[in-house]
Design a protein around this ligand. Structure first.
Ligand code: PMP
Length: 351
């Protein structure tokens, strides 16, 4: 072994859902939106002059930040933007979780949290969700170095009611509490109205799901200006130009089309409920979903087998070979047609 190898950072990276190379795959494995971005985004895209790419983008991404502050009825200085919410969350871990005490997040949740904690050498503990995958908030009533909860949670799809989040905040006023609302537009209640009451609360959102812009990589955090300024300082100590000119422009344009946005969300929620019923008719147990995916377990056939059989038939869903959830599949909600094909294929596999 070479001596310099001792100095290489050893990490176990997050494993993202597979992005297929083939074209004719029904892709229900990364919770993308099956519909295109809004017409206002398409219009803006067609108007952007290529010559603008010569220049660096605005390091503060002011156009996008200001539009988001306005959209959410916030004051100046209450929004931080990043390259998808993964970047925003990673910056938040780096900025806020610097205690010797462990940060807390549920044992079943977004599997990037332990990766960032390990990467930044943050101690962490993971209180168990119960057998119904519910988070027990009293588990978080103890000394800690910070808390992060995904609401709705992933991969379980379950929402935590706002009064429970309020309780979490009441018991955690000396640390930063992050609520990751990647899926909130599809169900559950946002903690956003609480940011004025709790200066230690950070709410994180993404353009990847409800805004159909996963490929653009836009995420943002909302909170007290003091928190946002701290994140900006850390970000500017890593990379000034995180947001590309395109993400600033198209991210802003997306906010102009509320009607389209709401219409697509309703459509996805309707498809979700229909899919849930159909899966139940095929012998699945399906968790009550507040997201754009369902978490389901078949009464007899192991999830891993179903995952492989679907994959052979060109339908990709997500399977986590992980204790407590190894018998579940996470299935993103696609178009009505895609879900019809999924159900027909499962029918053939199962019967
Ligand atoms: N939070 C949760 C709970 C997620 O499931 C995801 C999607 N993988 C993200 C954050 C990150 O999404 P993005 O970086 O695309 O905004």
């Amino acid at each position: 072994m070479k001596q310099w190898e001792d100095n290489i950072r050893k990490v176990t990276p997050y494993v993202a859902g597979e992005q297929p190379k083939e074209k004719d795959i029904i892709k229900l494995n990364t919770n993308e939106n099956p519909y295109p971005p809004s017409p206002s985004v398409q219009k803006k895209y067609s108007e952007i002059a290529l010559d603008r790419l010569r220049m660096y983008p605005d390091p503060e991404a002011s156009e996008l930040v200001t539009s988001l502050e306005r959209y959410h009825g916030l004051d100046k200085g209450q929004v931080f933007v990043g390259v998808g919410s993964d970047d925003v969350l990673s910056m938040a871990f780096l900025t806020f979780f610097n205690s010797d005490k462990p940060i807390l997040f549920p044992d079943v949740t977004y599997s990037f949290y332990p990766v960032w904690a390990n990467m930044y050498r943050i101690p962490f503990e993971t209180p168990f969700v119960d057998d119904q995958f519910e988070i027990t908030v009293s588990d978080y009533h103890r000394e800690n170095g910070g808390v992060i909860i995904a609401n709705p949670n992933a991969p379980t799809s379950l929402a935590l009611p706002l009064d429970r989040i309020h309780d979490l905040l009441r018991h955690n006023q000396d640390v930063i509490v992050i609520i990751d609302e990647a899926y909130i537009d599809f169900g559950g209640e946002s903690a956003l109205p609480l940011i004025d009451r709790y200066e230690n609360l950070l709410v994180v959102r993404t353009y990847s799901k409800s805004r159909s812009m996963a490929g653009m990589r836009i995420g943002y955090a909302m909170g007290h200006p003091g928190l946002i300024q701290a994140m900006v300082s850390v970000k500017e100590s890593v990379n000034s130009y995180t947001m590309s000119m395109l993400s600033i422009s198209l991210g802003t344009a997306s906010l102009a089309d509320e009607e389209y946005f709401q219409k697509r969300i309703i459509q996805i929620k309707e498809t979700r409920e229909k899919t849930k019923n159909e899966l139940e008719n095929l012998g699945f147990f399906v968790v009550e979903s507040s997201a754009n995916f369902v978490f389901a377990k078949h009464k007899t056939i192991p999830a891993e087998q179903l995952f492989h059989e679907l994959r052979e038939r060109k339908i990709y869903v997500r399977y986590f070979k992980k204790q407590r959830i190894e018998n579940f599949l996470r299935i993103s909600i696609g178009t009505g047609d895609e879900m019809k094909k999924l159900i027909e294929t499962l029918e053939r596999i199962i019967t």
